[in-house]
Design a protein. Structure first.
Lengths: 184, 364
């Protein structure tokens, strides 16, 4: 696909999706590789306008921070895997956004996964839920207990007591005590 | 004069003031001087320009301050553990241009660089404060809405300030700066009533984000010189930006500080993480679209500001606290715009009350 063909299809896609003019201009200002690969994902994944705008914003931020071209970023293995995977377009578009967020917030993603793994590892019963703050934006750990009847409550409280040191450990990890988070 | 101006606009009522006379006599001939009836209008943004905020920095407006000079710190809030800092507003805006600066939002509607010709009236307010304080010591700073020393070679305001505070045992002046404009200070005797504090960041942040400021090493050298001249010195590691390798860079920065200034001689350190309202973040990114420091791993917190996600932010706070405490266990450190809960996690104890912390920072 030559450059003129890319621009023609890009404008066609943007027009069909009512993409804001500012985004179209930014898209056209990318390198030829960036324009082409972004068009490829927009078309192949049948992206919604909102998905495209979100993905483009993340790509621009990653490009600035890493000093890379948008086209180079889109060629990285995790994103290529999404592009070449099976499944519906919108589903793959969501997966692409998840991967882009992981690239944009790598340490947050890593810390969130480590915490989630630590919570899963203590195998709490269904009646006890550990709720961590969204995006680890605060140091709050919420413990929810849902019990039906006094016997179940007693059982859950006993379980909670038995797991208290691990739960205290989650609170410490949120407060910057490493505990395996490896945020730095 | 280190910083460039395009124009100086003087309100007619201030034409004969000592400040206006000093400024007109000190600016290069190329800087245009004009006179207006109301300086407030001249401070408004020039919306037809590409960057109204940036343009405002190069347009000095000499005018009277029409409201109180003294105010509570704009960063204070009941949701944070605060330090009882009082702000003396002698100027508004700053010739330097840090990409993360809160003034980009705070002064968006009046970005002209205002200096207040009637600043001697501030001394009446300070007199009243000192009388009402029943012996309590107040820390009063001029570096919140402006840099305390950026234009001092032109305005000479520091001479009057240091002289005034040297005569008041219950008031402590804090001059906060990112410059090395200390020549006026070196000729004065502060008599223990003025501290000079520097906002410090690693070279990497300076290079990408602190435009027209003095390099960190120059600031540290200036701190050494004012210390030798009888001033107290403090340092603000604020905003602390959590880029990759930040921990190592900030620890190296602390080594540089301690190499130049004995920990025993430092009045305090403050630490504050990068925090941005959505409005500030948007304004900053628009003005500095290629600044990687504005693209860190900040998330929206409960107070409506973007901050580095909590475990990483608190880890950095704790590492810096540990290093400072290793240098001197009783060196005062405080966190700016953080909750009591965060304070407790970093220091292992509840924060002092604002009055008690304020007192500690002035050696009380």
């Amino acid at each position: 696909m030559n450059s003129a063909e890319v621009d023609r299809r890009l404008r066609h896609w943007a027009n069909a999706k009512a993409l804001p003019p500012a985004d179209v201009q930014k898209w056209l200002a990318l390198s030829e590789l960036g324009r082409t690969r972004l068009l490829e994902i927009a078309e192949n994944l049948k992206m919604h306008t909102g998905q495209f705008i979100a993905a483009f914003a993340l790509l621009e931020e990653i490009a600035i921070r890493e000093g890379q071209d948008v086209g180079e970023i889109l060629a990285c293995p995790p994103l290529r895997r999404v592009l070449t995977s099976a499944g519906s377009g919108p589903g793959r578009a969501r997966a692409l956004l998840d991967e882009l967020r992981a690239l944009r917030y790598p340490r947050l993603k890593h810390a969130s996964e480590r915490l989630a793994e630590a919570v899963a590892a203590i195998k709490l019963p269904l009646g006890i839920k550990i709720a961590l703050p969204r995006d680890l934006a605060s140091d709050e750990v919420r413990v929810e207990i849902v019990a039906h009847g006094s016997a179940e409550m007693e059982q859950l409280l006993a379980c909670l007591t038995a797991k208290s040191s691990e739960i205290i450990g989650f609170a410490a990890m949120l407060g910057g005590v490493d505990g395996g988070l490896e945020v730095e | 004069m280190k910083f460039e101006l395009d124009t100086v606009i003087i309100e007619e009522s201030c034409r004969a003031s000592a400040l206006a006379t000093r400024i007109v006599g000190g600016i290069p001939p190329a800087v245009q001087v004009s006179y207006v009836t109301d300086g407030r209008l001249a401070a408004r943004p020039l919306l037809e320009t590409h960057d109204p905020f940036g343009t405002g920095k190069r347009r000095m407006v000499v005018m009277p301050r029409r409201s109180s000079f003294l105010m509570g710190c704009p960063a204070s809030s009941t949701q944070f553990a605060c330090c009882a800092y009082l702000v003396l507003v002698l100027a508004s805006n700053c010739p330097m241009d840090c990409s993360y600066c809160f003034l980009q939002e705070h002064l968006a509607n009046n970005p002209g660089f205002q200096v207040y010709a009637n600043y001697h009236d501030a001394f009446d307010e300070l007199d009243r404060l000192a009388r009402a304080g029943s012996g309590r010591i107040f820390r009063v700073g001029t570096g919140e809405l402006a840099d305390s020393l950026a234009f001092d070679s032109l305005t000479g305001i520091s001479r009057d300030l240091v002289s005034y505070f040297s005569k008041h045992q219950t008031l402590m002046l804090e001059l906060k700066t990112k410059t090395d404009e200390i020549d006026n200070l070196l000729a004065l005797d502060p008599r223990g009533r003025t501290m000079v504090s520097w906002s410090l960041a690693p070279m990497r942040v300076f290079a990408t984000s602190e435009h027209r400021t003095s390099p960190p090493q120059s600031r540290i050298k200036a701190a050494r010189r004012v210390l030798d001249a009888g001033y107290q010195v403090g340092f603000h590691l604020d905003p602390l930006i959590a880029y990759p390798d930040a921990e190592q860079d900030y620890l190296e920065l602390l080594e540089n500080v301690f190499d130049a200034v004995s920990p025993k001689a430092i009045a305090f350190f403050s630490i504050g993480g990068l925090r941005m309202t959505p409005g500030l973040r948007s304004a900053a990114r628009q003005r500095f679209p290629a600044d990687p420091m504005l693209l860190g791993e900040e998330v929206l917190g409960e107070d409506g500001r973007y901050r580095t996600f909590t475990p990483l932010r608190l880890r950095l706070f704790s590492k810096l606290r540990e290093r400072i405490a290793k240098a001197r266990a009783d060196l005062p450190i405080y966190l700016c715009m953080e909750t009591a809960s965060v304070h407790h996690r970093v220091f292992g104890a509840a924060p002092l009350t604002p009055a008690a912390l304020g007192s500690r920072l002035v050696g009380g």
